[in-house]
Design a protein around this ligand. Structure first.
Ligand SMILES: [Zn+2]
Length: 172
């Protein structure tokens, strides 16, 4: 790795530490030629397996592009999208898997998007989870109103129990 200041290829590691959850190594380096210091990070490659079997490296910009359309006309900034993509990546890395199904990447988007903007969330969820009727929207909105959409496993379990028209959980 060359020096980012003078591009010398002669650098040495002066410190190396692993972050708390063991998913990243940071190295402090010093350039032998210009003596300036810089930091590098080392992560395991996070790979995404697409539905057609193609494997590609995780890319935050793809998350952002996927969500941006759902956020049209909503008070969501580019900075919000960048934070969302970062949260998705962190959630996926915490699972400790080297390869992740594209479907699970989509699932990981749902929670941070709901916290960011509920309308954008509904739009995204309607496409991602193939809502095909008003009832699907109504069921999802009931869950949002009841505060039941959160922990995705719980939400998916709850969905099976809440029928359309069940307004019991209208907490707000
Ligand atoms: Zn240098």
């Amino acid at each position: 790795m060359h020096c980012p200041f003078c591009r010398s290829e002669d650098t040495k590691v002066i410190d190396s530490r692993t972050n708390d959850d063991g998913t990243q190594v940071r190295r402090r380096r010093q350039c032998v030629d210009c003596s300036r210091r810089f930091t590098t990070t080392e992560n395991a490659m996070l790979l995404v397996i697409k539905r057609n079997g193609v494997v590609e490296s995780f890319d935050r910009s793809k998350i952002i592009n996927g969500v941006r359309k759902a956020c049209q006309g909503r008070p969501v900034t580019e900075a919000d999208l960048a934070v969302l993509a970062q949260r998705v990546e962190e959630a996926l890395r915490l699972e400790g898997l080297a390869e992740i199904d594209a479907h699970d990447v989509g699932l990981a988007v749902l929670t941070p998007l709901r916290e960011l903007d509920e309308v954008a969330y509904l739009r995204y969820a309607s496409v991602y989870r193939s809502f095909d009727s008003l009832e699907d929207f109504e069921a999802e909105i009931s869950l949002l109103r009841a505060g039941l959409v959160g922990d995705s496993a719980a939400a998916y379990a709850a969905e099976d129990f809440i029928s359309v028209g069940d307004r019991d959980g209208s907490a707000s």
